[in-house]
Write a protein that binds this ligand. Structure first.
Ligand code: ZN
Length: 421
């Protein structure tokens, strides 16, 4: 019989640190519990407190000046514990010249900044205090996420980016440039010196860019400026690019040969890609990207009509995205992923919207340079039994590729990155 003294000790200090961390991770969204944990004992204090203050999220109360956030941070008890800052709907009221740098100054260990609905310009009274040198290359981030942002000009965006010297991953999810310059894309690439003077962005290095463009076709203009005005063309290793406009795609691909360390390009699933712009795919060139090892290409999320009269057109459209990219790969590529979409309740999209023979004919010679060829199936109708059937179908259609490369057929489980953001 257990006496009181022989009761096994439940002292938390007996728990290995990593187990304690795992337990506390379950409460990251439960502030009350975390707050209680800070009061239990000394060994729980720091890990629970760091989780309690790790993220700061603020949504504008409507027309609110972001200066109030600055005030809140000035009285914040542990600004050094803040790792993620998310600001939403401040629009033009978050001055990127004066207020945002001051906010960042207060958060010395920030590594993730998410801004929703930012408009890059100065709208505070800071302008009257000019002239003042804007801080350049002061901050480093693991992740900078920008959703639905607007700029008066591309230069306004660069001005904002100039605050940073290192960004591991830059994500832009829909953008607009208010004073729209024509896309300087491919033409501008030929003379990058035009853009490299006097920007003060000679420090910024971006390693990975996730770009999801808008139909306004201004995203490639931003990417273009980022890569040619900063040393990021040298540092860029991964690019996930999804465009709703062929002009954007074309300008983007013209940039790729200027990125000598690019290893992985992912042409994501585009949503409303204008079908009549398909001829622009023909001008896409990846041959010059001699360091590229990995390429992902997806077909459209939208089900093309599979009416009898349009079935052939549909096959052409779906195959064209795949063929145009994959037939232009440099010999350095070793891993290819193709994402197919099944959007029909009767599983008709795979059957009717892809020309499997044409795809296999194109893939067979490519297989000799590949280590892996991954065929992913993205299915709107989420169910395990369906996937088994879909897999069997694709296996049958691609049987001629077996033995030529390591062909894997998988479910596209993860959502494309812009949904995940
Ligand atoms: Zn300002």
């Amino acid at each position: 019989m257990l006496s009181f003294n022989s009761t096994p000790s439940l002292d938390h200090t007996d728990l290995p640190g990593d187990i304690l961390e795992c337990i506390l991770d379950n409460f990251v969204n439960d502030r009350r519990t975390l707050a209680s944990c800070t009061l239990v004992c000394r060994s729980l204090l720091h890990p629970s407190r760091s989780r309690l203050f790790r993220s700061v999220f603020r949504k504008s109360r409507g027309g609110e000046n972001a200066g109030t956030i600055l005030f809140e941070l000035q009285v914040h008890p542990f600004p050094e514990l803040v790792r993620t800052l998310e600001l939403s709907a401040f629009g033009q009221h978050l001055c990127t010249r004066h207020v945002l740098p001051a906010i960042l100054m207060h958060l010395p260990n920030l590594d993730e900044l998410k801004l929703w609905g930012l408009e890059t310009r100065c709208s505070c009274d800071g302008a009257s205090r000019e002239p003042e040198q804007l801080p350049r290359g002061l901050f480093q981030l693991r992740k900078l996420e920008l959703h639905h942002l607007a700029h008066r000009t591309p230069d306004a965006f660069l001005d904002f980016l100039g605050l940073f010297s290192e960004i591991d991953t830059l994500s832009i999810n829909c953008d607009a440039i208010l004073i729209h310059l024509p896309i300087r894309g491919a033409a501008g690439v030929q003379d990058p010196s035009v853009f490299t003077d006097g920007t003060g962005l000679d420090q910024l290095c971006i390693r990975s860019a996730n770009i999801r463009g808008s139909t306004a076709a201004t995203t490639s203009c931003l990417l273009f400026h980022i890569l040619l005005v900063t040393p990021s063309a040298q540092s860029l290793r991964t690019l996930h690019a999804t465009f709703d406009c062929a002009a954007d795609l074309l300008a983007c691909t013209a940039l790729l040969p200027h990125c000598p360390n690019l290893r992985h390009v992912d042409f994501g699933q585009w949503l409303t890609f204008d079908q009549k712009d398909y001829h622009l795919w023909d001008r896409l060139s990846l041959r010059e990207c001699g360091s590229l090892e990995e390429c992902t290409v997806a077909t459209t999320l939208c089900a093309f009509s599979i009416l009898f009269t349009e079935a052939i057109e549909s096959k052409l459209q779906q195959n064209m995205a795949i063929i145009n990219v994959l037939s232009r790969l440099p010999p350095s590529v070793r891993h290819v992923t193709i994402i197919f979409n099944e959007t029909d309740p009767d599983m008709g999209t795979l059957r009717d919207c892809y020309d499997w023979k044409q795809l296999c004919d194109m893939l067979e010679p490519l297989c000799s340079q590949l280590r892996t060829l991954t065929l992913k199936i993205s299915d709107i109708y989420d169910s395990e039994s369906r996937f088994a059937q879909l897999k069997e179908f694709v296996e049958g259609k691609t049987a001629s590729l077996r033995g030529k490369a390591c062909v894997r057929i998988m479910e596209q489980a993860e959502r494309q990155w812009w949904y995940a953001m």
